[in-house]
Design a protein around this ligand. Sequence first.
Ligand code: PPE
Length: 308
Amino acid sequence: MLKTDKIWMNGELVDWDDARIHVASHGLHYGSGVFEGIRCYETPRGPAIFRLREHLERFEDSARILYMDLPFGRDELRAATHELVARNGLASCYLRPMAFYGYGELSVGAQGNPVDVVILSFPWGAYLGEEGQRTGITTKISSWERIGPNVIPHAAKATGVYLNSLLATTEARRAGYDEAIMLNAEGYVADGPGENIFVVRDGRISTPPLSMSILPGITRDTIIQIAQDLGFVVEEALLIRTDLYVADEVFLCGTATEVAPVRAVDDRELGVGPVTRELQKAYLAAVNGIDERWSHWLDVVDAVHAPA
Ligand code: PPE
């Protein structure tokens, strides 16, 4: 990863190399953390953080699900995020707030462990590559099931959840595919390891419902709103793997990934279709502040200071 000047840690800006934790920290041993992935884009009005409020709301929801009391409120975290972006002097970046049970007792219950909160900001290109965004990615249905709602609540963006994603991603990449697609225990399409999924057939757009125990993606919500605004019918639907094989178009989306066309699923070629292209273009216009209709989603950072 590309190192930047400062990291926000428990209320202070510390040098990147000094942002350390103890090896006995609870979060390291048990994956007991919650996090967010947010992007700041260079817009005509300056650096703007996309849907920051919604990301911070989800951060609070995630903590609540894990019985975690965040020591900083939403307004403080918003101010901290702005301060960090300005201080690191980045016009565009990826932001990674994380809260985790810290150093204290070492037992699963996390009783009395402090909650540490950090925010990282660093430049991060398209998660599945620029090439992937242009020409589409290849995918493989994972042999790993997506965790169910009574296994680990995936509505929480919790660090431990990502072991399930790591297994799926690694399996897919080792087999030569760009990304995995995950089904739940009943065989319904859930999501990608770090993305939500959409399917297009006969001009209709479908996506799995949140009751599939998927992350309530902010990009997913953005795409639904943009697509409806463009006149598309969008429905939440239970999808099975063959719905992907016979789809006209499939795409993955998320903050890191943005919109990535899926050009093949389990070696069935789909190519990259016009609906995906249109939505990808509209999404990038919204986040980059080019389409003014969505400017209420941009939280403009007031001042960008060069690092001292
Ligand atoms: N599902 C999963 C499992 C997921 O991790 C993400 C985001 C999404 C859906 C899309 O959510 P949203 O960003 O709100 O649209 N994944 C983040 C981290 C990826 C990573 O590998 O790290 C992200 O995109 O920032």
